[in-house]
Write a new protein. Structure first.
Length: 232
């Protein structure tokens, strides 16, 4: 009888310490509040289990995908990300330096003062553009074009000139029949210079026409000699 009593007492004490070990024979009926709390705990436990299951499935899926990475994917996943993380402060510093340099250069930008050149100055196309722009003047521009007359030249040889050389004119072909020392040639040059002085397309004014034969005539007359000069 004592053994039975001791056993019962021990069972009752264990029941007081932990209800889950040895529940009482006749537990009290749960109240509605306790039922609600128990139901909420059950729902929370199920929700945690479902979330854990989704996380495990998600991790498993990522691992499975990682095993199928190619060379490029593995490089960016394993090495590139590590380098970027380790050198993040250096990268930030270099970016700030680069940004500062660009801000300084941007503050020095100015509007163009002349037409932009798309080719180097010695390029054949650029020479042609410059010749069309600066070599010929339109009717709205009040500029004068200097025209040079050559005597004793019958033409020029352009066989040695590059086709794309806009400034090349070739070598002169001298006229062997032209004799400037003759009186007729001297008088003819004077006549042309006098004609140009009154020609309507020639600019008027002092120094508008430069004639070497005028200077030569004035020099001869200044020496008290006769012009044209006879061939000696």
């Amino acid at each position: 009888a004592e053994r039975v009593t001791t056993t019962e007492v021990t069972a009752i004490q264990l029941q007081d310490n932990d209800e889950s070990i040895s529940p009482p024979t006749n537990p009290p009926s749960p109240t509605p509040l306790k039922k609600k709390e128990s139901f909420q705990k059950t729902e929370q436990a199920l929700s945690v289990r479902q979330s854990s299951s989704r996380i495990l499935r998600r991790k498993t899926t990522i691992v499975e995908l990682a095993t199928n990475y190619g060379v490029v994917e593995k490089f960016f996943d394993e090495k590139w990300n590590t380098w970027m993380f380790q050198g993040r402060y250096i990268i930030l510093l270099l970016f700030c330096i680069y940004l500062g340099v660009n801000i300084i250069l941007a503050s020095q930008l100015k509007t163009i003062e002349e037409q932009e050149r798309w080719f180097p100055e010695n390029h054949p196309l650029q020479k042609s553009f410059d010749l069309l722009t600066d070599g010929y003047h339109t009717g709205t521009q009040d500029f004068s074009v200097t025209v040079t007359f050559l005597w004793g030249v019958s033409g020029y040889d352009s066989s040695s000139v590059d086709y794309w050389d806009a400034n090349g004119v070739g070598d002169p072909i001298w006229d062997e029949s032209f004799k400037l020392e003759s009186e007729e040639a001297q008088e003819r040059v004077i006549e042309i210079c006098d004609f140009l002085q009154t020609y309507k397309l020639v600019k008027r004014g002092e120094g508008a026409i430069e004639c070497f034969m005028w200077d030569f005539r004035d020099y001869i007359k200044g020496q008290n000699e006769q012009f044209p000069v006879e061939k000696s």
